[in-house]
Design a protein around this ligand. Structure first.
Ligand SMILES: *[C@@H]1O[C@H](CO)[C@@H](O)[C@H](O)[C@H]1NC(C)=O
Ligand SMILES: *[C@@H]1O[C@H](CO)[C@@H](O)[C@H](O)[C@H]1NC(C)=O
Ligand SMILES: *[C@@H]1O[C@H](CO)[C@@H](O)[C@H](O)[C@H]1NC(C)=O
Ligand SMILES: *[C@@H]1O[C@H](CO)[C@@H](O)[C@H](O)[C@H]1NC(C)=O
Ligand SMILES: *[C@@H]1O[C@H](CO)[C@@H](O)[C@H](O)[C@H]1NC(C)=O
Length: 384
């Protein structure tokens, strides 16, 4: 047995620079929406947080640009659509210590998803990113901060996706927005909506909800909490609506896109000029359908109690970058900024203020897996 222990101890030495303060970590029993003492709360085991204000390339951040074509006939519309890498543009802040201010390429800092006005082969070029490293998201609380473009004729969508008949969406149609009316489309796609040509508007999984602000004038947080039998939608922490009909019950992933196919009943467009959707962050707290991740959780969470579940702060004000207070209002909370809060998570390290090495998710997971089952960690510490 001794050689096995030695090899673990060696691994511990190697792992140490990436995992400071192993012994005093928190959150090992998950992340909760509401306090665990509240009448209603949910605890999620895994997280994926991305701070697009400080990212200059989509490398090791958990989100990947999507590349595909969909013809006008498969869109059942006048135009097809073409997801291209060139329409996914990181645009970080010039000063990496700031949360507002000048961006590298001008305009609002954040990840830009662009819909082009010029067709290519009868398709509308557009931008899409997906959290392809995590196809195992099964229930959770999902949040994005974004500013909608004001050019009419696009659809800006933040959604959880399994397949065409299992999808949870928060969608903006820019043609629906004006100075007096600003609706968001809350949607659950079901076999019923798929049978209606993906038109959910005549099914119970649909709600057109007026917002009390103009989403093209600033950044706001859009959020949905998905639990068995219920999806609750929020904007800036204010509850909008629950949908409870045919709620998905299988794992999938998160997608953000900004597109147009000219369909008069939905996206409209194409837009008369290039249209930009800007995303400042995405935060997902979720349970995993993956057996390895579940086993990691049960190993690290040996005694669940209030002190090792971390409550997710509610974002109750717009995370806006404008005005004299922009630098403080655009600064929001990320567990992954502190390695102690994300032990054994597949986090992506893009924090400018910390000179930490980039740890590819897979390596991080493997290393921490080997080390951070509580018993092994404490054993290694004893050995040292
Ligand atoms: C958090 O608490 C509010 C108010 O009681 C409740 O409506 C909501 O469903 C709770 N969220 C979760 C995820 O339990
Ligand atoms: C913005 O806030 C951060 C910390 O929250 C601070 O380090 C930085 O100096 C601030 N920048 C400006 C321009 O005030
Ligand atoms: C979507 O996934 C669910 C769950 O696995 C499955 O029952 C359903 O047939 C799938 N639908 C499509 C259109 O693939
Ligand atoms: C805004 O849109 C609503 C809904 O389509 C419409 O009833 C209203 O007249 C529009 N307002 C303006 C100022 O265009
Ligand atoms: C999420 O996982 C935690 C920990 O295993 C569990 O207590 C909770 O019930 C799960 N939630 C759902 C909706 O499955």
């Amino acid at each position: 047995m001794v050689p096995r222990f030695r090899s673990r101890a060696l691994l511990f030495f190697i792992a140490v620079p990436h995992l400071p303060h192993l012994a005093s970590a928190t959150c090992e029993c998950g992340y909760s929406v509401n306090k665990t003492t509240d009448p209603e709360y949910a605890v999620w085991t895994d997280l994926l947080e991305t701070d697009f204000l400080h990212i200059d390339e989509l490398k090791d951040v958990g989100w990947l640009p999507q590349v595909y074509n969909s013809t006008s006939s498969s869109e059942q519309s006048a135009y097809g659509k073409m997801a291209a890498r060139s329409n996914v543009l990181p645009n970080p802040l010039k000063n990496s210590q700031d949360w507002a201010g000048e961006s590298e390429n001008g305009g609002d800092a954040g990840l830009q998803l662009i819909v082009r006005s010029e067709l290519v082969d009868n398709m509308v070029p557009f931008g899409e990113v997906a959290a392809r490293t995590r196809e195992d998201m099964l229930y959770g609380s999902f949040r994005v901060a974004m500013k909608i473009g004001s050019v009419p004729g696009t659809c800006a969508a933040f959604f959880w996706f399994r397949n065409n008949s299992m999808e949870i969406d928060m969608e903006f149609l820019s043609r629906q927005l004006n100075s007096t009316s600003n609706p968001i489309n809350l949607v659950i796609h079901t076999p019923e909506s798929a049978a209606n040509g993906f038109d959910a508007s005549k099914t119970p999984g649909f709600n057109l909800h007026e917002l009390p602000f103009q989403p093209d004038e600033g950044f706001h947080e859009y959020r949905f909490d998905w639990s068995p039998g219920r999806v609750s939608f929020y904007a800036d922490g204010t509850w909008l609506r629950d949908l409870t009909d045919t709620v998905p019950d299988s794992p999938g992933t998160l997608v953000i896109n900004h597109w147009s196919n000219g369909s008069p009943n939905w996206s409209g467009g194409p837009p008369a000029e290039d249209a930009v959707l800007t995303i400042s962050y995405a935060k997902a707290y979720f349970n995993s359908s993956d057996a390895q991740r579940q086993s990691d959780f049960s190993k690290r969470c040996t005694s669940a109690n209030a002190t090792n579940v971390c409550q997710i702060p509610d974002q109750t004000t717009p995370p806006n970058n404008a005005g004299a207070d922009g630098n403080s209002t655009a600064k929001t909370f990320f567990f992954s900024e502190d390695p102690e809060n994300t032990r054994n998570q597949t986090v992506f390290d893009n924090w400018p203020s910390r000179a930490r090495a980039i740890v590819p998710a897979q390596l991080f997971q493997t290393v921490s897996l080997a080390m951070c089952a509580a018993s092994v960690c404490s054993f290694a510490l004893t050995l040292l």
